[in-house]
Structure formats: structure tokens, C-alpha cells
Design a protein around this ligand. Sequence first.
Ligand code: PAF
Length: 281
Amino acid sequence: MEKWMTIAELQEGRRRCKGGVGFVPTMGFLHEGHLSLIKKAVKENDHVIVSIFVNPTQFGPSEDLEKYPKDIERDMRLCRAEGAAAVFLPSAEEIYPSGYQTFIEVTELTRHLCGLSRPTHFRGVCTVVAKLFHLVQPDKAYFGLKDYQQFKVLQRMVHDLHFPVETVPCPIVREADGLAMSSRNKYLSTAGRREALILKKALDDVRDALEKGERSGHALQTIMQETVASSPSARLDYARVAHGETLEDLEGEIEAEGTLFALAVFIENTRLIDNMVWSHD
Ligand code: PAF
């Protein structure tokens, strides 16, 4: 497996990749969720490139950029074991050189859900992913659906900017007890780790209510809010019932499959997200 530390190394290495290229952009500290993306990419492409870059522009001023967990040696071992062809590990200075002032914004889909509490987040995500697509020139790029809104925003960006890249959505990977995998789970204390199960419980309560025939968007949203409120220390950022494509709130009767149930909750000081897309099977 190759290790490319600079854009020049990436470009030179990329020229040597003949055939289909799959790309898995990450911020490192890889877990089974990331590995599921790499595994799928390895099955579907001749070469897989993984990037590891903790992207400063997607963190707000009071967020965890400085303490974001890192273990590059372990990440490299995991990428090699999964069959990645190369890992791209650029520096922040190279991605955002001094005087940098070019950003990509998806204007509508980012007005909802996480975009409300993290107003500059998706601008940073879109900018870095657009830059990475431009540099890596993949045929397919793989994203986990825990970040459902991120996937929809990036899909829109790819369409609007005519990137010749297929964005591949990959299912949420969960711990045995149901907690969605996230690099940020590492911040949780033992008690916090237990409390974090409240996100999945809120989604399970919604599924139970749907199975019993509840179809009011407002009532289903209230169920999520009440479940989170039943936890002694969880602090709700949002719980929303939304249209799975437009991400707009659905307050009235929900009929169609594809409705999104999404929530963000602070456990201790860690903001966790989870979601479920309603389907009948
Ligand atoms: O999902 C992530 O890890 C990041 O938002 C991404 C897509 C790698 C961009 O920095």
C-alpha cells in the first residue's frame, strides 16, 4: 500500500492507477463503519484510495478540531489489511494554503437538521470533498449514512457541479448494543457510553409507533424528544421528522416511504447523531 503525503505524490500515484478508482474520504481514527466503506470500495473498484484529513473548515469555533482523535499507524494498518491501494494524508497547509478563500456551498439542503446548529459545517465538508474529488478523480466515492444529511448535500454538489463521480451510500454500522459507530464515541465515559444508547432508543420508539400505525410527523417527533428527555443527562440538539430528499420538516401526516427520522444529542460534551429512514420491510 502506498502512502501519499503531498498533492504532488497523489497526482503522480493517481496517474499510475489504471482502471476504476474507488475513494473513501475520512478524518481518520477508523472504525468498523469506515472499514465497511473500504471493503465495499475494494469489491467494486480496481484501486481504492483512502484519504485521512481532519478538515479544519468543517469544525465550528467551539468544536473539537484540536482534540479530534488520531491514530495514524493503526489507520494505516487497517487500510492495508482491507486492501486499499493508497492512503492520502495531506497537511492542512497544503489543502488550505495561506490566503485561501474559495468555498463551495449547497444552499438549501444545508438549511435543515445539522445545518441549523452547525452553520458553517457543510460549507467546509463540500469544499474539502470537492477539492479531494478534483485531486483524486475517483469513479466512485463511498459515504456512510450515519451522516445522512452529509450524503444528500454531497450528492447534490456532485450533481450541480457535474463531477463524474458516483456517490455510493453505505448503511450505518452499529455496535452490538445498537450505538451507531463514530470516532467521537471515544470521548464518552463509561456512564456516557450507556447514556448514548438513548439515540437508538428514540429511533426504536419511533419504529414501534410507526408499526402501531402512528403517522403524525408532529407526534413522531414528540416521541423522539420525550425519549431523549427521559435520559438524566442527555441534551437534545434536535429531533426531526423530515422529507428524505428535501430534508424539510414534516409536521403533518407522513405517508411515503423514505421519511427521515434524525436526531442530534449531546452526551456529556459530545454531540452524537443518528437516523433512520422509514421503510415498510
Ligand atoms: O464524514 C467525514 O468523515 C467527513 O465529513 C469527510 C466526508 C471525510 C469530509 O471531511
